[in-house]
Ligand binder design. Sequence first.
Ligand code: AMP
Length: 416
Amino acid sequence: MAPQFSAPIGTRDVLAPESARWSALAASFHNQFSSAGYGLVLTPIFEDLNVFLRVGEHTEIVTKEMYDFEDKGGRRIALRPENTASVVRAFVEHRPLTPWKALYLGPQFRYEKPQAGRLRQFHQVGAEVLGTMDPDADVEIISLLDGFYRSLGLRRVRLMVNTLGDAGDRPRYLEVLSAHFTANLDVLTEQSRATLARNPLRVLDSKRPQERDLIEAAPKLVDFVSDEAAAHFERVQTGLTRIGVTFELAPRLVRGLDYYTRTTFEFAADALDSAQNAVGGGGRYDGLAEEFGGPPTPSIGFAAGVERILMACDAEGVFAVPSATVDVFVVDTTGGQEALTLTHELRAAGLRVDRAFDARSMKSQMKSADRSGASIAVLIGTDELAAGNVTLRPLRGGEQITVPRTQIVPEIRKFL
Ligand code: AMP
């Protein structure tokens, strides 16, 4: 029979053994950041629509791509398209001590045109430091993310950094930038002309080849930033250099949401196709907490896309699917009751154990044992049952032995 349903467009099911990589990636991310003093924060997957309008009224993520709806109580709700807005909302609501160092992982939702590496439900890992202006916090968070990619085995990941200056520096720059593009409207595509009217900064994001030269020739934001913002950026660069994190300056790197200030950064995976090679990015958002009614709280954070990171790992041939999850497979040809108790005992002794169901034939159970990836099968047949023994059969070469059932745990351990 043909299935009647499939996963919605732009979403994916992740099954074992592939899902084991997801757990391993999450564990590795959690370990990297919790070991540096970051604590897990869990926020709802949906929020009041206004939480997201506050962060990106001029951006496509918020204006065009949001999953928003009215709930049964008549509230305007949106599935989160990103996590920083929720984290800042939670910060202002609960006012934890600063600097507040938070890490998160979970699904995000954007109504995009699905393609390889671009999904409607995708997953991000991320971290934020709220309540410090210290450029060392920028260096810390960037270097921890860099270390995370490296811990997965990725080598062809490139860090780009830029500064967006402070909110007050923006209007002057936007004026000259708009003038530059307006003087060359004939070169701009229709999409970019529309973007220009909404948010000139975002025109810099275009990857369309016919606009490349014009964008290259655009005035640079870094030339328009205040002395304080320039000094901050200088400190970030010397800090990164001091601890051996290599980076490139990317004067045209801007980011998708309105709220970014000062340091902005992105990691690109050179093993991926350039249209979808961003594996993570972030920056400072010094004014955002105030937008939510909180105190002045200079902050920095990033989000990194799990699907993209795994694609980059595939492209580099690193971070393979972890091997088998069980060590022992119980094969019972006496009807299944022995498998029930043996499996239970072995698990209670801390071993990783699986078994067959449905009292299948010896041959069929052995096939399952091989497929499980276990290194040893515990066989119990009528002879073993009568004599109070079990047979231990190594599944990757070696002689099988029959041992008293009472000795099973130490005997198994000799094989592992
Ligand atoms: P952003 O929140 O747009 O800065 O995205 C941060 C990271 O999330 C990007 O660098 C990507 O790795 C990932 N990402 C963003 N949008 C998508 C998407 N639609 N599908 C898969 N990954 C995404």
